[in-house]
Design a protein around this ligand. Sequence first.
Ligand code: HEM
Length: 210
Amino acid sequence: MLAPPANHDAPLVPVPGAPIHPGWLRIMHWLNALAVVIMVTSGWRIYNASPLFDFVFPREITLGGWLGGALQWHFAGMWLLFFNGVLYLAMNLATGRLWRKFFPLSVRGVAADLGAALRGKLAHADPRRYNQVQRLAYLFVMLDIAVLVLSGLVLWKSVQFSLLRELMGGYETARRVHFTAMALLTAFVAVHLVMVALVPRSLIAMIRGK
Ligand code: HEM
């Protein structure tokens, strides 16, 4: 827990003994990671049944065994992803954590932190504070998952969600939007895992809170 700063640029003032990541956040992060793995790997199996492009995903890295099984995993994972995501956003908004952790954010700040990171000079002294590149990446992945859910709704119930379908440019475009958002999410996870491997103590904090 953190005492709210007077302005967003002010350093965060940790409450003594408070975890770096609150318990609810850690539980939701890991539930989200589980849901994402289920959704992506079962989604690859569903894709293989009717590929959009000139390739299929290797069977060994897909979930569900066959189309029917993969669809069941996808729909089960969907509820976890959706409710966990809504609760995560609600908690972040209600506690003001969203503004404290992810803002301010500026093009100049991202460029400066990215430059420092590429030169190996980005400091990780304060694990409570995300740098601007992390802020951008985490906000991006929240938005990306929202796009995945919305385009998924169109593919699932395209008649019932006809307005959403039309806003997305029709069923076929929604399919491409869904695929692109999946590819971006997969890219995020790959970079995220490399970053965690580079700063292993951040993983301990996401597991134990300290
Ligand atoms: C699979 C999908 C995943 C997604 C979408 C995801 C997303 C996120 C997001 C949005 C945050 C910021 C959370 C917040 O402060 O509100 C975060 C933090 C973090 N995630 Fe993930 N994550 C995923 C998987 C993983 C995995 C598999 C690991 C570890 C093996 C991991 C380790 C971490 C750590 C250590 C942090 C804290 C980073 C820091 O303090 O610098 N994540 N993740």
